[in-house]
Design a protein around this ligand. Structure first.
Ligand code: ROI
Length: 167
């Protein structure tokens, strides 16, 4: 049997929004991700409310993490996620770290370490971001983050920074 037909990789994707009804943006993005050809949902975290990291003159965020199995190679997956961001009205502005309707980040792609101009995996800021670590820990408490260590240790070292779980 052709191996490529059977190789589904476990991937974690971070979702964030702080514009235009953030909770709905996150829920719509979940639906769009799980309807993508070659992607299947394995787990979805609670939604979390979090104060902005970076510039403070922007609304608070809603964040979540989804775990999927995918047969898409990393760059194909990234293009699909960027398509979903664009469909949900994301406008890329010059300001770095500004407000956005939807941000989808490939956090972890199997055990791969990827260092491409458009894609760094595991995600660069992962170990410093409570709004990534805590939802990740919720759905994958045993996870080993490639090159960074166990999720439980990373989470224990990261203050919650105002993060709170929504119902
Ligand atoms: N801050 C929070 N709390 N959540 C985010 O998703 C988020 N995303 C970003 C920056 C601007 C770094 N800050 C954030 O890209």
């Amino acid at each position: 049997m052709n191996n490529s037909e059977t190789d589904w990789i476990t991937v974690y994707i971070g979702l964030g929004s702080n514009l235009a009804n953030p909770s709905e943006q996150i829920k719509s993005a979940r639906t769009a991700i799980t309807h993508t050809l070659g992607v299947r949902e394995l787990a979805f975290s609670s939604l979390y409310h979090s104060p902005p990291m970076g510039p403070q003159d922007q609304p608070d965020y809603v964040n979540a993490v989804i775990c999927v199995a995918t047969e898409l190679p990393p760059m194909d997956l990234l293009r699909c996620l960027q398509g979903i961001e664009n469909d949900q009205g994301r406008v890329r502005k010059d300001q770095r770290w500004g407000a956005r309707t939807l941000d989808l980040d490939v956090l972890i792609y199997g055990d791969r370490i990827i260092d491409l101009p458009d894609l760094i995996v595991p995600h660069t800021g992962l170990a410093e971001r409570a709004f990534v670590l805590y939802p990740l820990y919720e759905i994958a408490p045993q996870l080993l983050v490639p090159g960074k260590g166990h999720i439980a240790d990373l989470t224990a070292k990261c203050p919650m920074n105002g993060l709170r779980r929504l119902d």
